[in-house]
Design a protein around this ligand. Structure first.
Ligand code: SF4
Length: 164
């Protein structure tokens, strides 16, 4: 058995090459939508959101699309992961900084209720204590496909005139 050490590359923390919302093409109810989405990725659920974005047919040129959309409004704010009481004011400020009223999707058990960490002194038991939430996606973690279900549910609630 070869016991030589494996040379793993060091991770690097560089500046993102592009900023701005992710752009997703969605088909829902027989209609096509272009949705500009910002994910507040706080923990492991955000990996599923990335998987959903990369699996979207419009996201093959994700970097280019995101760059092009940098000056565009945000349609959907997704919160994925564990929010803490320390972080909550920053989330509130971010939400308030987005013009209009973006749909808000709470993605996963942690963001919806605190998840496995609900009884921690530091964990917010649901981001709806901080910002209005249009739709909750259950799971720990939810499947990537569930993100699109959550967006559709939020769109449906707004279309029906329901506000959080
Ligand atoms: S719900 Fe589960 S997978 Fe998602 S952030 Fe919490 S612990 Fe991680």
């Amino acid at each position: 058995m070869d016991s030589a050490p494996v040379a793993l590359p060091m991770p690097s923390l560089g500046r993102p090459e592009a900023s701005g919302p992710l752009v997703l093409d969605l088909t829902w109810g027989g209609r096509d939508y272009v949705v500009r989405l910002v994910d507040v990725g706080l923990a492991c659920c955000s990996v599923e959101v990335m998987a959903a974005a990369l699996g979207n047919r419009a996201s093959r040129d994700l970097r280019e699309l995101a760059h092009a959309a940098a000056a565009s409004p945000v349609d959907v704010l997704v919160v994925s992961g564990t929010c803490t009481d320390t972080l909550a004011p920053a989330l509130r400020r971010l939400h308030a900084s987005i013009p209009g009223q973006p749909l808000v999707v709470s993605f996963g058990a942690c963001s919806s209720s605190g998840g496995p960490y609900w009884d921690s002194y530091a964990v917010t038991n649901g981001v709806d204590q901080v910002i209005p939430v249009d739709a909750y996606v259950p799971g720990c973690p939810p499947a990537p496909q569930a993100l699109l279900e959550g967006i559709a549910a939020a769109m449906g609630r707004r279309t029906a005139g329901e506000t959080p």
